[in-house]
Design a protein. Sequence first.
Length: 215
Amino acid sequence: MGDVREYPNVMVMDHPLIQHKLSIMRDEATGAKEFRELVKELAMLMAYEATRDFQLAETTVKTPVAETTTKVLAGKKVAVIPILRAGLGMVDGILELIPAAKVGHVGLYRDPETLQPVEYYCKLPEDIGERDILIVDPMLATGGSASAAVQFLRDRGAKTINLLVLIAAPEGIEEVVKSCEDVRIYTCAVDSHLNDHGYIIPGLGDAGDRLFGTK
């Protein structure tokens, strides 16, 4: 795969705060409590950028000094869809920024032999087709889970879908771009490659285990 900049729907967030927090997360010495806090903070920072294109409407307010015309969100409906289980760690940060968003859940596991995603749970807001979707998952490795989640949502009527991941592998980006070309991908870093077990190198290990203190 070439430079990710050749893909117009891929945005790599290189803000200094994001990069600093991501470096702490990568450190194997970072404990579960701090790791969870950093995932939440990064998710909020990513959502700030992912909502840049939200539409505005004019309104009138009266300040302590004078009446003025200003802008508010134009009734945008949002759904946050974590891919279980690691995606759960990103939800609270986004909800702090967009408290009116509804939350759905997609449960997938990766078959250890084929590395292909298998669905075991899917629960979405009833009006999913009317909402802008933020699929969240800390890692975009092979891209199989993300692509499958997008397809599950499409099958249930979802239209506008964004994918927010903390770290992506080139292979995962290529898979999502190939199979879901109208999905916009936001990531904090594009790492080197996947190893033989499908883990991102250098990555940060298993995000779910580090979030929840499991092995």
